[in-house]
Design a protein around this ligand. Structure first.
Ligand SMILES: [Zn+2]
Length: 440
């Protein structure tokens, strides 16, 4: 953490405190804490926190220490500790680290089919109302980034430069930490589960693992609030995804945003390129906060100096109100299946064909493409494909993984009828699908 930066932060915030509404943490302390945490996570010493690297492991250990210092409850079992593989594991095995081996298409493609050992960090703020404390609101953010790998970097020419990911996603990690601190100080009626995911850049691997190995019953989770890139607020513009995933969410957001000066763009869809998708696929209402892409996205220039920390403090204040109104409400949210927007052109480079499947990027070695879900109203949905199905043949071509699936799909044109062979609960099935058009 560079000293000059800390001084700059404090002078910068002196001017901010005029705007703080009463009753919330005074902005001068919240913004300074956010900046300090982002600067720590985005320091070269953590080498961009790549999944499976020492920098990522150190970041996880630091997050665990922070939650221990806040007095939060550890929920995982530290399987790396001797005597902790027994079930049930003794209480002494309790840990904030949910260890697992990350496996997936991108790792296999990078020559690591055996996977890499890594960990999520999870902690609980127990609810203050015994009648509702059994229900949970998840606050999540991924803490991994690209490390020194140019694999999905936008500046591959910078080769193995450190990509610190200050906005992606040290900013979201700091927001989740600050909310942990806030709710520890003033718990809600329902419990709050703070989840820091690893492996997001490799295909949502950490959040996938958590929903498949959840420390709380997934049907006790009433909502998941995700923060991924919330450090670059410009012109007060904040994008919020998932507003169509529960009936009450648009109203909750509008009331919480009253008087903040933030300009919200709402997107109904609960699926998208971040960890909220893993929860929405389980039928859990989600919101995802995002200050939009920028020129430093996935580049070695995504550094702390470019973070708008005042803006982030305003987003955290909004998010606190949203989470409180969900966690303190007498009733649970009313789940909705949100219509998916007609997908953009980006996914299939050069092809406009559209099917609407959500691939499970964490699928292991079994051949085929396992689905995390399908977009509501999409050709895949209309044909009856659903979460858990494993596509093994598309248009007569064998599908081994995401890559063979993509090339089989993009060999076709919108409007074509193709046969899809898939396994459901191990049983073979086949459907004929009329392919759609992207951007149509
Ligand atoms: Zn991200």
């Amino acid at each position: 953490m560079r000293l000059a930066l800390r001084l700059a932060a404090l002078t910068l915030l002196a001017s901010a405190c005029r705007h703080a509404p009463a009753g919330e943490l005074s902005p001068d302390t919240r913004a300074a804490r956010l900046l300090a945490d982002i600067a720590y996570l985005a320091d070269d010493r953590l080498e961009g926190r790549g999944t499976g690297t020492a920098g990522n492991d150190s970041a996880a250990a630091w997050l665990a220490r922070r939650h221990a210092a806040l007095g939060l409850r550890p929920l995982a079992t530290d399987t790396a500790r001797p005597g902790c593989l027994a079930t049930p594991a003794p209480a002494s095995c309790r840990s904030f680290l949910q260890r697992f081996t990350a496996r997936g298409a991108e790792l296999s493609h990078a020559g690591r089919p055996e996977g890499v050992p890594t960990q999520n960090v999870i902690a609980l703020v127990p609810g203050r109302d015994p009648a509702l404390a059994g229900e949970v609101v998840v606050i999540g953010a991924h803490f991994d980034h690209l490390g020194r790998s140019p694999a999905s970097a936008m500046d591959p020419e910078a080769k193995d430069a450190i990509r610190n990911g200050a906005d992606d996603n040290a900013s979201g990690t700091a927001a989740a930490l600050e909310l942990a601190r806030t709710f520890a100080a003033r718990p809600a009626r329902r419990s709050i589960l703070i989840a820091h995911f690893t492996g997001e850049e490799l295909g949502l691997l950490g959040s996938q693992w958590l929903v498949e190995h959840s420390p709380v019953a997934t049907d006790s989770i009433t909502a998941m609030i995700n923060f991924d890139m919330v450090g670059r607020l410009r012109a007060d513009h904040l994008i919020v995804y998932g507003t169509g995933t529960a009936a009450e969410l648009p109203g909750i957001l509008e009331r919480a945003n009253d008087g903040t000066g933030l300009r919200l763009s709402s997107v109904a869809d609960g699926f998208g390129p971040s960890d909220h998708s893993s929860f929405y696929a389980k039928g859990i209402p989600v919101l995802h906060f995002f200050t939009d892409l920028h020129d430093d996205y996935h580049r070695a220039t995504d550094d702390v100096e470019r973070i708008n920390v005042e803006g982030e403090a305003r987003i955290v204040a909004l998010a606190e109100r949203v989470v409180r109104s969900i966690a303190d409400a007498p009733a649970r949210l009313t789940v909705r299946r949100a219509e998916a927007p007609v997908a953009s052109m980006s996914a299939g480079q050069g092809s406009s064909v559209y099917l609407g499947t959500i691939p499970d990027m964490s699928a292991g070695d079994a051949p085929g493409l396992r689905l995390t879900g399908v977009r509501a109203g999409s050709p895949a949905d209309v044909a009856g494909l659903r979460a858990g199905d494993v596509i093994v043949v598309l248009g007569g071509v064998a599908v081994k993984d995401l890559y063979s699936y993509s090339s089989a799909l993009y060999a076709h044109q919108p409007g074509e009828k193709v046969s899809i062979g898939f396994l459901r609960a191990g049983q073979p099935h086949a459907v004929t699908v009329t392919l759609g058009r992207r951007g149509g």
